[in-house]
Design a protein around this ligand. Sequence first.
Ligand code: WTA
Length: 629
Amino acid sequence: MEVYSTNLGRSDPSIREGASGDNVQFWDEQARLLHWFTPWKETLRWNPPFARWFVGGTTNISYNALDIHQDDIADKPAIIWEGEDGTSQTVSYGTLYLQVQKTANLLKSLGVRKGDRVTIYLPMIPEIIVSMMACARLGAVHTVVFSGFSAKSLADRMNDSGSTVLITADVGYRRGRIIPLAQTAQEALKSSLKIRHTIMVQRQDGIPSTWVPWTEINNKSDKCAAEPVESTDPLFILYTSGTTGRPKGVLHGTGGYMTHIHSTFRWAFDIQDTDIYHCTADVGWVTGHSYVAYAPFLCGATEVMYEGAPDHPNPSRTWQILEKHKVSIFYTTPTALRMLMRHNAMAAKSYNLSSLRLLGSVGEPINPEVWVWYHDVIGDGRCPVIDTWWQTETGGMLISALPGLESIPLKPGSGTLPIPGIDMAVLDENGKTAPPDTKGYLVVRNPWPGMMLTLWGDEQKYRDTYWSRFPDYYYPGDYAIQDKDGYMWLLGRADDILKVSGHRIGTAELESCLVSHKKVAESAVIGVPDEIRGEGIVVFVVLRSGMDGMGMESELEKIIVSQIGTVARPDAIHIVPILPKTRSGKIMRRLLKSLVTGKQIGDLTTMEEPGALDEVRRILQDCGCDESW
Ligand code: WTA
C-alpha cells in the first residue's frame, strides 16, 4: 500500500504539545505573534456558549496585514490578479497599503464610522479586498454578498445588516459573459432601507449619476491610521444558509479570528517568503474571507487572484494559471478537481507544474480517487495534499493535516487530525462518544479563537442551532467517523443543508422561495448525489388546486434565480399531485431522495398515504428521471 505523508520535513512538536496542556494559554501565545496596540487583560472569557477572546486588547487586522510589512516588503507583490481574458495586474504591499487608506478615507467622508455596516457586492477583483480592509481599518463591519446572488438576496442582506454604504462594480466577467452587477444592485436598492451611498468600480462606460465612482479614492489622502478596535469588536457579518427559510448572519470578531487564521494559514500551508499561493475560492464565501482576503497578507505572502471560471476558455485554464504564475501552493475545491479530472485526467501533464509544492482542498468531502489523482498527477507524487474541514461559523480550519508544522501520514479522503488546541469528538444519537470507525455527529468540545461571536441580531437562534443538539458542545451539523488512529473522515451534512459545487444552500430557503409563487401549495427540495458538483438540487412542488402546470418549471426556475440567485438553480423540477408525508404531516424527503436515486425504499409504516409514492414514481418515470440519476 502506498504511504502518503506531509513530507516537508517540518517538525515543531512544541505547538501540539503546548496545545495539549492549557489550550487557553496556548492561544495566548499564538496571539502574541501579531501586533496589538494594547495587550489584553483576559485571554478567554467563556460565558457558554459565547466566547470572547483577548478581552481588553486592542488591535486592527488591516494594520497586521499592511502596516507591519511596509518597512521590509513594500515592493513585494501582494496580489497578482488575472482576468478571464488573460490580462494581469500586480498590486504590491505598498500599493495595497495606500489604496486601503484612500478607500478608508473615502468611506469616512461618506460618514462611515466604527461599528457601521458596509455591504460589498463585487466580483473577484483586488477592489474587493481593498474594500474589506478599508472597512476593517475604520472598525466598520463589512458584509460581503457573493456576486452570484440576486437583487432580492442582496437587498435582504443590506437590510438585515443595516448597511449604510454599498460598494459594487458595474460588471463582472465570468465564462465569457458579462455579469451586470450594477443593474442587480440598482434593483436591490429599490427596497433598501438604509443605504445612503453607493460606490461603484467602473470597468465599462456609464454610471448612475448619484453613485460615487471608485476613482474618487484618488482624491483622498493616502494616510488613514488604523483605528484601534477591541479584540471582541465585530469584523464582519457573512450570511450563510441554515435549516430555516432565512439565511443567518454569522458574526465574527477581530482578535480571535485574526489569531486563528494567522496560525492555521502558516501551519497548514507552510508559507515561506518565496511562495506563490493561489486559492480559487470566491471572496464572497468564507474561504475567500479567511484565506484569500486576510490570512495571506497577515503572513506577507503573495497570492494569485483569478476572476473567471476555472475551465474557461478551456479546462486547462487552471493549469495555465498555475504554470504562468509559478504557483507553489494551490487551494481549491473537490468540485473543481472532479470537473478537471473528468475532462482530461492527464491534461495537466502538458503544463510545467514543477513550482507546486503543496495542495489543499476545502468545502466538501473529497473522494479518495480524486485525492489520489490530485496527489499523483497534479502534485506529481511530491506534494502533500491537505483536506481542510471547517465552516463559515468556525472562522478558520479546525481539521487539517499541517505540513508546515509536523509530519504525519496522510489517508486519502480523511481530513486527518483536529488542529492543535481543538478538542473534537464524534458522538452517537444520545451524545455518547461513538466507538471508533462508527458514523456519528461531529462536535467541538472547547471554544476556539475563530469561533463566531453570535448570529447577527438573533442570539437565540445561535443557541438553538449550534448548542442545543448536544448541550455544552458546538454542533456543526456534520456527520463524521473517527478511526482508530484518531483521524477524522467527514461524511457531509447531517441536516437539510446542501453543498452544491461547494456552495452552501439551505433546502428550507429554496422551499420558502418556491411557495411564495402564487400557484404553489407545497414544495420539497432534496439534494441528490452529483458526480462533479457533490450534490444537485431536485425540486418537487404541489400546485394549488385548479392551477394549470403549463410552463411552471421555467417559472419556478425563474423565481429561484430572481429571489436567491443563479447559485441555487435547480437541476430538475417536478410538479406532483401529492407529496409523501408522515401521519403528523412532515414531508418525507428521505423517500423522495430514495426514489430519485433508485435506492431501496425503507420503512413506510409512518406514512400517511402510501399511494403518494406511486404518484411521484410515475412522474419521475415519465420524465426518465428515476433510478438513473
Ligand atoms: C462542508 C466552507 C468535508 C461541511 C469552508 C461543513 C467539508 C460545510 C469540508 C461548511 C471538508 C467543509 N470535507 N466537508 N474538507 N470542508 N465541508 O460554511 O459540511 O461554506 O459543515 O464553509 O462544508 O460550509 P461553509
